[in-house]
Design a protein around this ligand. Structure first.
Ligand code: JHZ
Ligand code: SAH
Length: 417
């Protein structure tokens, strides 16, 4: 990797909690990383890098990046991730739209706001029903795709200021929601202030993101990269909610993205909590996530997985086999760089996303090829980088496996299947 610069978005808050400014305790450092979703056009050109590490706040109990990248460098008019890439995700977001529709069904002219609506994977269902809605989406290219599907989109970053603007134009919302976006926004205090302004007193705010206990249990450190500023637990979210006059009233696990959690927040701190909140919070305490001891074995686990994976790939290669990879995910940037897996071991990554095909993986410069290349090539071994889509991919690639092709997976441990 050729480095161009070392710049931080908010240097003064480096190593400090972004919620309360308390000193963070470092959990693990990965060294220099490029922007995870900036696929490289010219492998000879320099790449922007930053220092990737996460820390834990003893006061807020929030796990978070110790230094952050400027959001405009990640979310802009050439954002590489389009949500509608998988049948399973389409199903997931249709179900989310159904849940919202049921919630507002007895309300008069309800208004639904989604933060980070991306290509409209969820809101298109709301738009099709003729319900008032607004998607907030700063990445212009994905926002265009959403508009093409009839979704109303405001092309801005959501924060307290944007919330006021929306309230002036549209009034307050019955539902505010966001999937895989809350954990992306460094100034999360401003987001909660915005939700406070924009949500009706009897409205609901819910969001879902990768769940910290799942990341720790699986050792799935690839979830740690520039876009993921926060790694939520119920313990941390309930404190954050209270700080802004909300109560965490519900929690529901979701299978997507390797294990996610959906959090439901209501205005007012005396709201009744569902039993499942108590259940998850006590589970998290049993895992010691309220004290630093709960995080110390993570680093060891990560390093074990990395070295097992590297050794497995080297052995396969030394035996004269070719290895391809499947899914040019953002998260594989951390996995590939930290495990030192480059084009010497992996020939190419197969991906269906037009914005990624023909480019190279950030930092490691493995070429990204279309899916039909993978089908024609029929490599004997394939590293399953998009492991969170395993069920869908194994189903799709049944004939590859029946023909002797093998996938290599790595969480919670390395396996050849
Ligand atoms: P996937 C992104 O993470 C970025 P990524 C972001 N930070 C986040 O939190 C989540 O999404 C929501 C390809 N693929 O979903 C498509 C195939 O080629 O794991 C994608 O490039 N064939 C916002 O990037 C990649 O794999 C297939 O059959 O880690 C999957 O990316 C399937 C199913 C996927 O998200
Ligand atoms: N909700 C979709 C998209 C996740 S990708 C899904 O789960 O698949 C994260 C999205 O959040 C990106 O499209 C990015 O542009 C958007 N985003 C980042 N910061 C944001 C902010 N401050 N306000 C609203 N959207 C934001």
């Amino acid at each position: 990797m050729i480095e161009v610069s070392y710049a931080l978005f908010s240097e003064e808050s480096m190593g400090k909690c972004k919620i309360c400014l308390h000193e963070l305790k470092t959990v693990i450092s990965f060294g220099k990383m490029p922007i995870s979703n900036r696929f490289v056009i010219d492998p000879g050109a320099a790449e922007y890098v930053y220092n990737l590490s996460i820390g834990w706040c003893p006061k807020c109990l929030m796990v978070q990046l110790e230094s952050c990248v400027d959001p405009a460098m990640m979310f802009n008019d050439s954002y590489a991730y389009f949500s509608s890439i998988s049948v399973a995700m389409e199903d997931h977001f249709r179900e989310m739209a159904e849940e919202i529709t049921a919630f507002v069904s007895h309300r008069l002219d309800p208004f639904i706001v989604e933060l980070g609506c991306n290509d409209g994977i969820m809101l298109k269902h709301i738009a099709n029903l003729g319900l008032s809605h607004l998607g907030i989406e700063p990445s212009a290219n994905v926002a265009t795709r959403a508009r093409e599907q009839g979704v109303q989109v405001l092309g801005k970053f959501f924060n307290a200021e944007t919330a006021l603007e929306i309230r002036k134009l549209h009034g307050q919302a019955d539902v505010i929601c966001g999937a895989n976006v809350m954990c992306h926004i460094e100034d999360i205090n401003s987001v909660l202030e915005g939700v406070s302004v924009l949500l009706k007193p009897d409205g609901v705010f819910f969001f879902q993101d990768p769940y910290l206990p799942d990341i720790i249990a699986k050792g799935s450190f690839d979830q740690i990269y520039d876009e993921h500023v926060y790694y939520f637990s119920g313990l941390a979210v309930s404190q954050l909610a209270r700080r802004h006059g909300f109560q965490l009233v519900g929690m529901g696990p979701e299978e997507v993205h390797g294990g996610s959690m959906r959090y439901y927040l209501r205005k007012g701190i005396n709201q009744s909590q569902q039993e499942d909140v108590m259940f998850h919070l006590s589970q998290e305490r049993n895992l010691n996530l309220h004290v630093f001891e709960g995080y110390v074995s993570f680093k060891e686990n990560v390093n074990r997985i990395c070295s097992d994976l590297k050794q497995t790939l080297v052995k396969i290669k030394d035996e004269g086999n070719r290895i391809a990879a499947y899914g040019a995910t953002s998260k594989s940037t951390t996995l590939l760089i930290y495990s030192q897996i480059g084009p010497d071991l992996v020939d190419y990554v197969s991906d269906t996303t037009p914005t990624k095909i023909g480019k190279y993986t950030p930092g490691t410069h493995i070429p990204v090829k279309p899916h039909n290349h993978f089908l024609r090539d029929n490599p004997p071994y394939t590293l399953l980088l998009a492991w969170n889509h395993k069920r869908e991919i194994l189903q799709k690639e049944r004939s590859y496996r029946e023909g002797g092709g093998k996938f290599i997976t790595f969480f919670p441990e390395v396996a050849v299947i």
